[in-house]
Unconditional design. Structure first.
Lengths: 469, 469
């Protein structure tokens, strides 16, 4: 342990007594903390989340010590370039650009691996596991791609990987599913898992603005990356859903196999029509289990106004689960951002240092090759659903009968219809028509949409969205 | 272990293979489960919750085994009277009326103590701890009264007490506060913690019915006891708030010291006026921490419509917390009932059997005499708040000026006023007047109410309710 670092943290530890508001002149707590066992922790990667984690460990050692029953001592922070300015004010000897400093120090037992992307994140994680470290990570994309390899390695070596921060940021859904609700067979999990998409959709809905403009605002406010593709095309939500489906239902599924539609094609007109029908549109990640198997998909979905999921605003995330014993449970919180994510990472560091993570990891059904999957994935085409169709039709008699006919041929009946005045789209002679259906299989709905698009009275494409059951 | 019980459970274990839907003809899982280590569990008290717990352990051993990595074997169920009919279909040798059968069996390591009330629950819990058992309980009243004694005993003996089911039933708020959010300093916790009260208030609000009638419906539906006093007078919510305040803020507080008002004096007229002002009334348990200390109280409170807490219906519970890292997190679920409570008890049994509870219990700040409280409780009189006043006044000029004056003398300014036509109350010459104030200390608001009641133009008592900040 470096002298400067040691002194810096010792000073911070002495300052604990002052943080405790009602014994400002007492050294009792400080002495108590100093007498505590230390768990040495390292952070690899000092981006936004890494800086937040360092800040919690350094400035709030009192609370981590209180909850862990030991001092979580930030021994090393590994960065690519030591000269780059850092958000957190780090003791000098803590910073290093050499991963080997962590790998070679057997006293460092817990490492928060907070590098984004796939490589070198994957290789570093493997090296850390080989060196005997327990890992905490927020890198959901890495788990989505290389989870089986990384978890297999951890299991072989008797190590653990904690990943609360990888899904839904500040909502502790991983612990809630894998621990708090473990007496339940879950039958349903529905989530707004991508805050960027939800922010954009909320903007479009509230202000009636087009997609591109809402993306620009999201970028200005820091809610969207310069290239927001993964967030808005459903990839990010599908990666999170794959992890949750594995934990909650024992599904063995790659995110690539989850049918997904993003919000990037969403038209403000549909948000408006949905409102008229008493719905909101949300990018919903859905998992439903019944006798027929597990339904999984990510799609912009009409959610009835007044339901908690419909009222989730801005960059918030939310998850509604239903268990056979507990009934419905609803979680709402910030799904991303520096400190909400750091909160999840530090909770994982505490759990790992205390030993809880190891116990949980032993029975965790994630990326495990032991035993067959517990559920069958349902084919997308066979999934039941209600649908919202929007189309432009010639304003002439008999059109509705033809559309009803095309739906009827697929066994789909209509629940409600809105026909409006011309809205200035198309060639001026067409009117927008919105149809809500009763339940039908996804495949039938798709075939009906194709048939409707083929009608001479129908102008352009049919917009088709799922409606939450 | 009795032969009949053994056979019964062995048969149930063999049936596991059939529960796993995709290997119906394989004995692999069944063999795997049979080869697993067993943790022997006992239940003391076979009321509604006990029956639910037995049902989960016996009929869903597959999932508990999966999450615990071992079989949770229900070895004994202790009841007062063996001849009474039971809800759960128990193997014959499991049932006993002799607690000694559990105390004397060293193989039984985890006991769900599910007897209600204070005695003999307290003595039984002490005996179980002395006999080396780890305890799971749902008895919040017992913890509220005897928590310090029971926790001290458990700590001395190196045992643990798990109590997730004691607060908010199916919402795993204990684990979330003491584990998932442990990186945070919480600044606020607001909860609807009593489902009976919320059901009654929801009925009154929705149907405009008086309190007594709503209580009758709650009793018919099984949401209220024959004597609902503890639920409706704020006692139950205060007991839960005391536990949460201890965990979340390190407060050392007895529920008796938490100022509390119930819903038993609530008038449907106030629900109606609150609605006109854009609010709902909820029995809110509130904890706010700032530099001045910790604010704690339970009271019917006006909550702005549209806020998640305002929209909690029927017998649901909800808890909104704010942490300095995680930001706001909101939980919603069933706060009581057989299976939601059993879900929490069984999750605790799993955590205890696996060893997580022991690790958490070591650092748990509940009923601990080690160290001074971390926070100062604020005196009720000094608490800031906004208030709703409803009164009946003579319909004559100058009345409003006098009331404004009485409030002004206490430094309270008015935010809004509603004056209605006579509502048939009082002697027919008075009109109802509703005043919403800006922020003022509780003590000043109380003195203003007394002063207003003393005005000759004011008829009867002043109704005064808090408004959520």
């Amino acid at each position: 342990m470096g002298g400067a670092a040691g002194t810096g943290q010792a000073l911070r530890l002495q300052a604990f007594a002052q943080i405790f508001p009602f014994q400002p002149t007492s050294l009792r707590f400080s002495e108590r903390v100093k007498a505590m066992q230390k768990t040495k922790v390292a952070i690899v990667g000092m981006g936004t989340v890494g800086s937040g984690v360092a800040q919690l460990l350094l400035d709030h050692g009192d609370r981590t010590a209180r909850h862990a029953g030991r001092v979580l001592w930030l021994e090393k922070v590994v960065v690519r370039d030591k000269s780059k300015a850092r958000l957190a004010d780090l003791p000098e000897d803590v910073l290093t650009d050499n991963l080997q400093d962590v790998l070679d120090d057997p006293d460092i037992t817990v490492v928060a691996q907070l590098i984004g992307g796939l490589e070198p994140a994957r290789s570093i994680m493997l090296q850390l596991l080989e060196a005997g470290k327990d890992i905490v990570t927020a890198n959901k994309a890495l788990l989505a791609e290389h989870g089986p390899e990384l978890f297999e390695k951890a299991r072989q070596l008797g190590r653990s990987i904690a990943f609360e921060a990888s899904v839904a940021g500040g909502i502790p859904i991983i612990t809630n599913i894998s621990q708090c609700l473990s007496a339940n067979q879950l039958s349903s999990l529905e989530g707004i898992l991508n805050g960027t998409s939800n922010f954009i959709v909320t903007q479009m809905d509230r202000l009636g603005m087009p997609y591109d403009q809402a993306v620009k605002i999201a970028q200005e406010k820091g809610y969207a990356e310069a290239d927001p593709t993964m967030d808005v095309d459903g990839t990010d939500a599908a990666q999170k859903l794959a992890i949750l489906a594995h934990l909650a239902f024992g599904a063995h599924v790659s995110w690539r196999d989850i049918p997904r539609v993003g919000i990037d094609q969403l038209d403000p007109a549909d948000l408006q029509y949905a409102r008229e029908l008493g719905y909101r549109i949300k990018l919903l990640a859905t998992a439903h289990l019944d006798q027929a198997g597990l339904e999984l998909h990510v799609a912009p979905t009409l959610v009835r106004a007044g339901l908690p999921l419909a009222e989730v605003q801005d960059a918030f995330n939310a998850i509604a689960v239903v268990g056979d014993a507990v009934g419905p449970v609803f979680y709402h919180g910030l799904g991303a951002g520096q400190m909400p994510t750091a909160s999840a990472v530090v909770a994982d560091i505490i759990d790992t240092a205390v030993g809880r993570t190891k116990l949980t990891f032993q029975t965790l059904e994630l990326f495990s090759s032991a035993g067959p999957p517990r559920v069958r994935l349902r084919a997308f085409d066979e999934l039941p659903g209600r649908y919202y169709f929007r189309l432009h039709v010639a304003d002439s008699p008999g059109v509705l009968a033809k559309i009803t006919g095309a739906l009827g041929e697929q066994g789909i009946s209509i629940a409600s219809v809105i026909q409006h005045e011309p809205d200035g789209r198309g060639d001026g002679t067409t009117v927008p028509l919105v149809v809500m259906t009763h339940e039908a299989p996804e495949g039938a709905a798709g075939r009906a949409a194709t048939a409707i698009e083929g009608l001479p009275e129908v102008c352009g494409n049919v917009v088709r969205l799922r409606v939450k059951a």
